[in-house]
Design a protein around this ligand. Structure first.
Ligand code: NAI
Length: 684
């Protein structure tokens, strides 16, 4: 009999009296655990207590997965610790009720099974997952600045032992069904078609429940815990400072204190998580998550469904763009003037696929979608043509003249240019409104953000198609105007140049980089310049200083020019600001030791305020349309300390007055380049 009295859940009993509880969150493509869903689940469990089925199977009706976790939108609205504790208690409450049922309970998993979703599965006696590659199981809470709170810290170490459990929870990593089976997170990984049958047989003949035994169980022992906890704290400290990321430390403390005492642990989870969730780091990381959702929503996949992509230019960028598009399911042709370049593209692609897919059969499948095409035959069939040849106006225009007449009607023509105004490039087209910038960042496979660049005459429909395309290849579209440096390079450059100036004042590259790391940047500016390539930095800096920075008298530092002139181009040439030993295992050493560890007190402000000041200028000029998109672009494009929630949010948190004072002070002591953007004045 099926019960339809619920909005999100449906309970069906089969002829063997097994209850099948289907979760299908109303008005949502993904199952998440919010207040209404949990309250309703609690009412379903009331019914079950009276009906006493032979067993319970919990499963999802959503194609994309079981449960993706707690409802993060609700997390963002929590105002105080008491409210947070109440939300956590409710979640724990329903899962504990499932755990206490006297009949066997099974979680039947496919697709996403993350956070609160896996914690619910942990409350069941057994877990069976679809062994397809789309199954992803894990507790990623730490990535939002929190830790599991619906019993995950209590149950996972008991199930699989502390080392594996802490490793998963501290990294937030999600694993495949097979890996989950191997470490004991689930009981069985079976093909999708066998899931139903496997659940029935578990309920009819319930085996012993999984639990950590032997040395794995011993890792939770009171004598071992302090030692292991000390080791874990040391490991975490290498990756995340406690004052910026308190959650992993809180999680280790919880486990060390309460492991094995389930009620003390659940209470501990409640108190600790509530404190974290209202804290600054978690609220900022939740904000970043929501910003990411916002970027995703800017590309509507249904509006444009491209299948074939033609990339022209098989260099650093074109080659990697082509490889990435094929990996994400596109049929790709890649064109260059030289066969040897195309051979290198395929070689690099194969390396990427091996790393990502591991199995030779899967690697071959993707390689079959990537075709070298020296004669450019793919243009005529392509839904998207991406140009990534030399940064040269004449070369690009000559190419467009040749390509435009061959393209299908309605196909996208995109350029990856970093610095040439779109209007200049589109001048040569018979339909200039069809050119759009799809500006990828290097390395393409790692950088999620893509700038969608439009000029005045770019058709809005073309821009919307470009955004949809970036969603099809799993990147985040950021609409920007065709102004020098667009958004990301424009805000990054003053920060990099300031670092070069500081270095030429005799401060060591290492000390400068450390200051940026202390702020929370993923990489120091000097190391970043070396990684991007000093020749590329110089070219961008020169373009921007000719156009944008001419009023603020920002000059390209002589030191940067001198390094490039002497062939020291950074990592790729083995020498830049750092020296890179041929043996990759040895550490890079600063080529100019400067004043060793010494760092003047104001260098963090010098670096960060230049970036923040430029960000304000971009917003004022409308390079992006609002402050949220600005923050999103800078976080995903430059790695700007995510726990600070983006530069605009940072300004708000620090106080505008305070930062203006800093700007004035820097202006007085270091000159015109610290002239506060006029937008600061309108805020006071
Ligand atoms: P690259 O110099 O590595 O590659 C350019 C490739 O285009 C070469 O393999 C060349 O043989 C080929 N090519 C030139 N003219 C051609 C033609 N008419 N037909 C077919 N192939 C042709 O250049 P890179 O670095 O990949 O840059 C390409 C574009 O991407 C430029 O517009 C650049 O501004 C932009 N870009 C570069 C980034 C970087 O970090 N390198 C980052 C983002 C954008």
């Amino acid at each position: 009999m099926a019960s339809t009295k619920y909005k999100h859940w449906q309970l069906k009993a089969d002829s063997d009296n097994i209850a099948w509880l289907h979760f299908d969150k109303a008005d949502s493509g993904t199952n998440t655990l919010g207040r209404e869903v949990i309250d309703e689940l609690s009412a379903v469990l009331d019914d079950m207590e009276t009906e006493r089925p032979r067993g319970l199977v919990i499963l999802s009706d959503k194609p994309n997965g079981f449960i993706a976790g707690a409802d993060i939108h609700e997390f963002a609205r929590i105002e105080n610790i008491d409210q947070a504790r109440e939300v956590i208690r409710r979640g724990q409450g329903v899962i504990n009720r499932i755990a206490r049922f006297r009949f066997p309970t099974v979680a039947l998993i496919h697709g996403f099974c993350l956070g609160g979703g896996y914690e619910l599965a942990l409350g069941c006696d057994y877990r069976i997952a679809d062994d397809d590659v789309t199954t992803k199981i894990g507790l990623p809470e730490v990535r939002l600045g929190i830790h599991p709170g619906f019993g995950g810290v209590a149950r996972l170490p008991q199930l699989i032992g502390a080392p594996a459990a802490m490793n998963l929870m501290l990294s937030g990593r999600a694993v495949s069904a097979r890996a989950a089976k191997k470490i004991g997170m689930i009981d069985y990984a079976v093909p999708r078609r066998h899931l139903h049958e496997a659940a029935c047989s578990l309920i009819q003949k319930p085996p012993k429940k999984l639990t950590a035994s032997g040395w794995k169980a011993a890792t939770n022992h009171a004598l071992i815990r302090p030692l292991l906890a000390r080791y874990l704290r040391k490991q975490v400290a290498k990756k995340a400072a406690k004052e910026h990321y308190p959650a992993p430390y809180a999680m280790i403390d919880l486990w060390a204190k309460h492991s094995g005492d389930s009620s003390a642990m659940l209470y501990g989870e409640e108190v600790s998580l509530a404190r974290l969730v209202v804290g600054e780091t978690a609220q900022n990381l939740i904000r970043v998550f929501l910003l990411q959702e916002k970027l995703k929503s800017l590309g509507d996949k249904k509006q444009f469904v491209p299948k074939r992509v033609h990339v022209i230019g098989g260099g650093v960028m074109g080659g990697d763009i082509a490889a990435w598009c094929a990996l994400r399911g596109m049929q790709v042709t890649v064109q260059d003037r030289e066969e040897a370049t195309l051979a290198r593209v395929i070689e690099r692609a194969a390396k990427l696929y091996k790393k990502k897919l591991k199995k030779p059969r899967l690697v071959q499948e993707v390689l079959d979608r990537l075709t070298p095409d020296i004669n450019g035959l793919g243009v005529a069939q392509a839904d998207v043509v991406i140009e990534a040849i030399f940064e040269d106006i004449d070369a690009k225009q000559a190419l467009y003249r040749e390509v435009e007449p061959k393209m299908k009607a309605g196909a996208l023509l995109a350029t990856n240019t970093s610095s040439i105004p779109l209007d200049t490039l589109s001048d040569c087209l018979s339909d200039p409104s069809r050119l759009v910038g799809i500006h990828f960042f290097n390395p393409v496979a790692m950088m999620q953000l893509v700038e969608i660049v439009t000029a005045e005459n770019t058709s809005p429909e073309v821009a919307a198609k470009a955004a949809a395309f970036t969603r099809h290849i799993d990147r985040l579209p950021l609409p920007v105007t065709s102004t020098p440096g667009f958004l990301v390079n424009r805000v990054l450059m003053p920060y990099l140049l300031e670092a070069v100036v500081i270095e030429s004042e005799g401060i060591s590259a290492k000390a400068i980089d450390q200051v940026a790391l202390d702020f929370g940047m993923p990489m120091g500016p000097i190391a970043l310049a070396d990684t991007v390539g000093l020749d590329i930095c110089l070219a961008v800096a020169e373009t921007l200083s000719r156009t944008l920075y001419k009023d603020t008298k920002v000059e390209v530092p002589a030191r940067l020019r001198a390094l490039v002139e002497s062939g020291k181009l950074g990592k790729k040439s083995g020498q830049g600001f750092y020296h890179y030993p041929a043996n990759k295992k040895s550490k890079a050493e600063a080529s100019n030791p400067g004043k060793g560890e010494y760092r003047p007190a104001d260098i963090q402000d010098r670096l960060m305020m230049r970036m923040i000041n430029e960000a304000r200028a971009c917003l004022r000029e409308g390079v992006v349309s609002d402050a949220e998109l600005l923050d999103a672009g800078i976080i995903f494009g430059t790695g700007f300390a995510p726990f600070r929630g983006g530069p605009m949010h940072y300004i708000e948190a620090q106080g505008v007055e305070q930062l203006i004072k800093k700007m004035h002070h820097l202006h007085e002591s270091h000159g015109e380049r610290f002239n506060p953007d006029e937008s600061w004045l309108s805020t006071t």
